[in-house]
Design a protein around this ligand. Structure first.
Ligand code: GLN
Length: 454
């Protein structure tokens, strides 16, 4: 009841929820009460969560924040949310996001932008919460839920977590099932939690993760005990510091935060090692070929026939065209056009195949670092703190907006786990985050080291 009241009081301003399922939440909570009373409660019994609008929730609003999915209520539940309900969690509603998870500011949503609950000292303008999981991050940060599901294709869990002073982990590709999660770029998409502490994200991921025969890319491996990993400490760990992440023109405060994070880890017994990830500079351009290519293919299914919006035309081709023209927003159209172009016969080898080769090189850079004894890598999570809504410069040049993902996309390209942890504030008192990158399926080390930094 207190979370529902908080949503009623705060959501008009923040626009974090696109649907509130108060009746359902109260019913689920009642069932949780009974389970707790009888002692057969799950690990998340009664914990009220918000769910990103990208996850299919049976009979409940699921539109990936797009006009083209108007009125879509799936007949099925995503595997990740099914796991959460099986462990007793309670659904408060569906959270705003960038349309089809394409964006870094939550401004591409059909439902309008989400407002960051943080404004900074003397701040007189609304800031973005980051994206694409902006609703998830804002809701957690403003206490409109105890934790939230999110997804990360190129940074969409870690960047909004950093912008809102929350914790977000993108697990290893294959750790969580993608079944029932609306696809953006299938070889990069991973679900994960955003919550207030490292421990809360560990508990949520414990529930969300696990093999699923319905997703051929989910990995058949036991889920470790993440809660105990949180307490493990960093004694004897080697933390890599990649030279290539020290970008020209990086703000001083980010530089300082990074050094501070290393000091904290050293003080707890970790060793710091300089490393090189030489292909880092190609990650962003390669990502913005691979992700739109896969998106253009995944989004072909929205044709006005099976789901959501249909705009009638004089024949079926006309209907497809009118539906897609009206149903997709500008950023989604841009991605579909880029993706179709790079996959077209004359350009496939020059762009798509080449980007896939670059991806292999990026993955090898990380393998080399880990093989040389590095346990985890520490970097800034974002190149700046949260920026203003409707920032003229960023909107005039989409490539500038894409630069927000500079520290996060490499991790998706290599399929590795990455966690963003709040580590300090900028000059205006806005939260800043650090990122830890781990070996495949070694989220435990990220929880242990993340706990030392938070
Ligand atoms: N900002 C990136 C993009 O727009 C990443 C989005 C995401 O991780 N879903 O593609």
């Amino acid at each position: 009841d207190s979370y529902i009241s908080a949503i009623e009081a705060g959501n008009d301003k923040l626009n974090a929820y696109v649907a509130v399922t108060a009746d359902q939440a109260r019913e689920m909570a009642k069932a949780s009460d009974a389970k707790i009373a009888s002692g057969d409660n799950g690990m998340l019994e009664g914990v009220p969560l918000g769910i990103k609008d990208l996850f299919a929730t049976k009979g409940v609003h699921t539109q990936a924040a797009s006009h083209i999915l108007d009125g879509f209520k799936p007949e099925y539940e995503s595997t990740v949310t099914e796991h959460l309900w099986a462990d007793g969690a309670v659904m408060l509603g569906k959270l705003n996001m960038d349309e089809f998870a394409m964006g870094s500011s939550n401004e591409t949503s059909y439902y309008g932008p989400v407002v960051n609950p943080w404004r900074g000292e003397g701040g007189n303008k609304d800031l973005v919460p980051g994206g694409s999981s902006g609703g998830s991050a804002a809701a957690v940060s403003a206490w409109l839920c105890a934790g939230a599901t999110a997804t990360d294709t190129g940074g969409s869990i870690r960047q909004p977590a950093a912008f809102t002073g929350t914790v977000g982990i993108k697990p290893t590709y294959g750790r969580c099932s993608r079944w029932g999660t609306v696809a953006f770029a299938s070889s990069l998409d991973q679900a994960g939690p955003i919550a207030r502490t490292v421990e809360d994200t560990a508990l949520m991921l414990q529930s969300m993760a696990g093999f699923d025969p319905k997703d051929s890319t989910s990995v058949d491996m036991a889920v470790p005990d993440f809660a105990t990993a949180v307490e493990r400490g960093v004694k004897g760990m080697t933390i890599g510091v990649p030279a290539e992440y020290r970008m020209d023109g990086m703000p001083d405060e980010i530089e300082k935060l990074w050094s501070q994070g290393l000091e904290w880890l050293k003080a707890e017994g970790a060793t710091v090692k300089d490393i090189s990830l030489p292909h880092t500079k190609y990650a962003l351009p390669a990502y913005y070929i691979v992700a739109p290519a896969e998106a253009s293919s995944n989004l072909a299914r929205y044709d006005g026939v099976k789901y959501g919006l249909r705009v009638s035309g004089k024949d079926i081709t006309d209907m497809y065209e009118l539906t897609r023209a009206e149903g997709f927003g500008r950023e989604v159209k841009r991605r579909v056009m880029i993706g179709t172009y790079v996959l077209s016969a004359g350009y496939y080898d020059a762009y798509y195949v080449r980007a896939q080769k670059v991806r292999t090189l990026i993955k090898r850079d990380f393998e080399d670092a880990f093989n040389a004894g590095v346990d985890a890598i520490l970097t800034p999570a974002t190149p700046s703190a949260a920026f203003g809504i409707a920032d003229q410069e960023l909107h005039a040049d989409p490539v500038k907006m894409y630069l927000n993902d500079i520290f996060t996309v490499t991790v998706n390209m290599a399929g590795l786990p990455g966690i963003a942890v709040p580590a300090g504030k900028d000059g205006q008192g806005l939260p800043l985050g650090l990122q830890l990158i781990g070996k495949p399926f070694d989220e435990e080390t990220l929880f242990a080291a993340g706990r030392v930094i938070e």
